[in-house]
Write a protein that binds this ligand. Structure first.
Ligand SMILES: [Zn+2]
Length: 50
């Protein structure tokens, strides 16, 4: 899959990779916002679960 142009690729700017490269653990959901947590431990509420 081709990368998006850098100037519009806000996801890569924010997370350092493309959206489809984010690896989620299907067993790992945030207990606060109930979204998936990625391999860095971030979720939709920005790691407030820590
Ligand atoms: Zn959360």
């Amino acid at each position: 899959m081709e990368a998006l142009p850098a100037e519009i690729d806000d996801h890569r700017k924010l997370f350092g990779k493309e959206p489809w490269e984010v690896v989620y653990d299907p067993r790992d959901y945030c207990i606060i916002c109930n979204t998936r947590v990625d391999e860095y431990g971030y979720c939709a509420c920005g790691g407030a679960a820590d």
